[in-house]
Design a protein around this ligand. Sequence first.
Ligand code: NAD
Length: 346
Amino acid sequence: MNPQESTRPPRRVLVTGGAGFIGSHTSVLLLEAGYDVLILDNLSNSTVEVVAAIERVAGRRPDFVCGDVRDGALLARLFARSAIAAVFHFAGLKSVAESLAAPLDYYANNVGGTIVLCREMAEASLHTLVFSSSATVYSASHAPPLSESSPLDPAQPYGRSKLMIETLLGDLAATDPRWAIASLRYFNPAGAHETGALGERPKGIPNNLMPYLCQVACGERPELIVHGNDYPTPDGTGIRDYIHVMDLAQGHLAALDYLETHPGFIAINLGTGRGYSVLDLVEAFERVIGRTLPRRIGPRRPGDIAASWAAVDRARELLGWQSERGLEAICRDAWRWTCTGCPPRS
Ligand SMILES: NC(=O)c1ccc[n+]([C@@H]2O[C@H](COP(=O)([O-])OP(=O)(O)OC[C@H]3O[C@@H](n4cnc5c(N)ncnc54)[C@H](O)[C@@H]3O)[C@@H](O)[C@H]2O)c1
């Protein structure tokens, strides 16, 4: 949408982690919807070039501050400088495997960062927050589909950091009726912006399947390692609910609209409601690129579970949102990004 066509009055939002994968795509939609966007990102898993790419795609430039969400004095200055209507809190560490090796980093960054952010928001009388949670908060022993009332029992520190944050956000909303907080439990975000100008570019070895597949397809990695083919699933590989990042981004705008009239705390799944196995995704990707890729079966990864997909009724009923794009669009857009937009690795 052309920003001039937007019916919204200009409103400024803070997007922590906005240079990252999901934050950058959401920032594009926010700018296109007429919001002014301030991105705060410490670039620990992204680059400043993403900000220029957001501007190219959206036709408007977000403001950008390189800094850490745990820096309370910085947040206080940002909140004092201009009125902020809401915060989208993407900043955090996200690797399940890394969290097993370095749990303190995960609790310090994810939980510690959210505490500092909420303190400074409260100081600035700012109480609207959309938080990036994860399907890893659910118990691995509960069979999918996973609804928001399914048992919570994360299997690793990453998921536990998300559950701790949800708990503290729920406590916070209970103490002050001005808080309006949506905790969005993402399933498996993948894909890229359809222009090919924005996408996922993790530093180091990708933890997620799609960027790994893209790197194998363009020769950056010799082969795909499928982590386990002895799960109790039809083809033995793990099943996940892959959701296109643009659908996910759209869900954030729907959540913000919802919060305008619904104070309190609510957790909402953002997924497609359909599970695909690792091999389903690999084969869909191979169809899109027109060739097969070298792959071998490796051991299971610690912390991984057999199958996970979302029950999506709450998002549909409360947000009026549902995913629109399928596996093919996810693969096609991720590959276009890899071929056209993704800067070469140094
Ligand atoms: N991608 C997924 O598979 C997935 C799934 C479920 C939930 N999430 C959550 O969604 C959020 C965004 O994920 P993403 O895939 O875009 O990750 P990402 O790593 O691409 O983006 C996170 C951004 O936050 C920044 N950041 C990290 N710590 C920071 C800090 N202390 N201060 C300021 N900036 C900081 C990073 O530099 C990065 O740009 C994360 O909180 C993640 O846990 C992601």
